[in-house]
Design a protein around this ligand. Structure first.
Ligand code: UD1
Ligand code: MG
Length: 457
């Protein structure tokens, strides 16, 4: 098979998005739109990638680093000009060049592979699809004898052409040589005054070359994004696809249409996801977990057999096997929950390790703390980690017992096996196995209320 390189077009302004962010960088299922195109190309086994970008493309470099070649198109003069920029960056002497719109993120690697198989020495293979509503797409216009003639962009269509429902899907495979020749013959002689890549179809034919259509049967997969409504539709496609994959791999998803899972998320078998769960990019959930309604997990790793109760938020954190979180727990960046540990109702953690089997069951803030295995943190415990300028550390030893409504004023250390009396404000270290009580003493005045009432008049 010939070598295949790819040009991905990502330099357009995307003005129909009405956004200060370039269209192809809008987040979609946990990745910028064009990132999905790059991933599909790689998954299809094509490694030589040129990304056509605008002059100012630092944001693209931040995403793709040195993994792709950047071809700057300045100014954007249409998709034909963009493809020519990409081709110059690749400089393939021969072989095949795949050209993909950067705004078609749902394209599957299999479709790319099949386009390559279809090529069979054609000068150009064009990806097309039937669309009930072809609005916005270039139409595949035929001669009176039914043979393919050219692609006509919506802005250039007459009434009859506008009614054509077979459209161009923005995927092309060329012989490098034929592509170079066809691009050189393009003119911006159209409604938008741009160099249209789509005109290469008519040019190749007029030069006596051979053009093939690869007609795809899944319109959803090849839809492009020009508007926010289309961005939403593509997210729906990728979301449903991801959930189908997970279900096929043994994950139960209840009310799947309410669950949002980014493309790169991993979930183990026999885990159940309840309605309204959001799992964001960079997340791995183990096997046998139960994730209850309205939980959001981002960039975090959760081990096997973990229960995450309703309304819990987990960001940039690690949770080990058998732990339990929530309801309404909040794990902020750097929380690390040990095996079998419990982070209960309305508990917030930040940059804190909770050791194996330790428990913070209710209404607690643990910030910049290290909690030893088996410790018990009573309801309403607060680590006072911030003095207005700096953050300080709280260390709680293994098996320690912190009574309810305790303030631990950091930096402070509670020794292994030590006890803190409820309602204490602890400012000094407690040695191992000691008891610390730091609260006002209770006064009891018997008969006081009776005397108060008698003296009233
Ligand atoms: C394009 C096709 C249309 C097809 C549709 C499929 C052309 C002329 N039309 O229309 O036939 O039905 O895609 O989705 O190609 N870009 C550049 N530089 C430019 C202009 C565009 O890099 O100067 C990039 C864009 O960033 C985008 C892609 O090319 O990723 C397609 O451009 P867009 O403006 O979205 O074209 P459509 O109007 O959607
Ligand atoms: Mg488009």
């Amino acid at each position: 098979m010939s070598t295949v390189s790819v040009v991905i077009l990502a330099a357009g302004e995307g003005s129909r998005m009405k956004s200060s962010l370039p269209k192809v960088l809008h987040p979609l299922a946990g990745r910028p739109v064009v990132g999905h195109v790059v991933d599909a190309v790689r998954a299809a086994g094509v490694e030589n990638i040129a990304l056509v970008v605008p002059q100012n493309h630092d944001a693209m470099r931040a995403v793709f680093g040195d993994d792709v070649a950047y071809a700057v198109q300045d100014p954007p003069r249409g998709t034909g000009d963009a493809a020519a920029c990409g081709l110059r960056a690749l400089e393939p002497a021969d072989g095949l060049v795949l050209v993909l719109n950067g705004d078609g993120p749902c394209l599957r690697p299999d479709t790319i592979r099949r386009m390559i198989e279809t090529q069979g020495n054609a000068d150009g293979v064009f990806l097309a699809v039937e669309r009930e509503d072809p609005t916005g797409y270039g139409r595949m216009v035929r001669d009176s004898d039914g043979s393919l003639d050219r692609i006509v962009e919506e802005a250039d269509c007459d009434e009859e052409q506008r009614a054509v429902t077979q459209v161009n899907s923005g995927g092309y495979l060329f012989r490098a040589e034929a592509m170079r020749e066809a691009l050189a013959a393009l003119t911006p002689d159209n409604a938008q005054g741009e160099y249209y890549l789509t005109d290469t179809l008519a040019v190749i034919r007029s030069q006596g070359g051979r053009v093939e259509l690869y007609v795809h049967d899944d319109a959803e997969e090849v839809q492009g994004i020009n508007t926010r409504a289309e961005l939403g539709r593509c997210e729906e496609v990728l979301r449903a696809r991801k959930i189908d994959e997970l279900m096929a791999a043994g994950v139960t998803v209840r009310m799947p249409h309410t669950v949002l899972i980014d493309t790169d998320v991993e979930v183990g078998a026999d885990t159940t996801l309840y309605p309204g769960v959001t799992l964001e990019a960079g997340t791995r959930i183990g096997a046998g977990c139960t994730v209850y309604p309205n939980v959001r997990v981002a960039r975090s790793t959760i081990g096997d057999d973990v229960t995450v109760l309703d309304g819990t938020i987990v960001e940039d954190s690690t949770v080990e096997a058998g732990a339990s979180l929530g309801p309404y727990a909040r794990l902020r960046p750097g929380a690390s929950v040990g095996p079998g540990a419990k982070v209960g109702n309305f508990v917030e953690m930040k940059n804190t390790r909770l050791g194996a089997g330790a428990k913070a069951s209710h209404l607690t803030y643990l910030g910049d703390a290290d909690v030893g295995a088996g410790a018990n943190i009573g309801a309403g415990t607060i680590t006072c980690n911030y003095d207005g300028k700096n953050k300080h550390k709280t260390t709680i030893g293994e098996g320690a017992f912190i009574g309810s409504n305790t303030a631990l004023v950091a930096p402070v250390r509670i020794g292994d096996g030590a006890y803190v009396g409820a309602g204490s404000t602890i400012t000094k270290d407690l040695p191992d196995e000691s008891l610390g009580v730091a609260r006002g003493r209770q006064i009891v005045k018997t008969g006081w209320a009776e005397r108060k009432n008698t003296n009233k008049d």
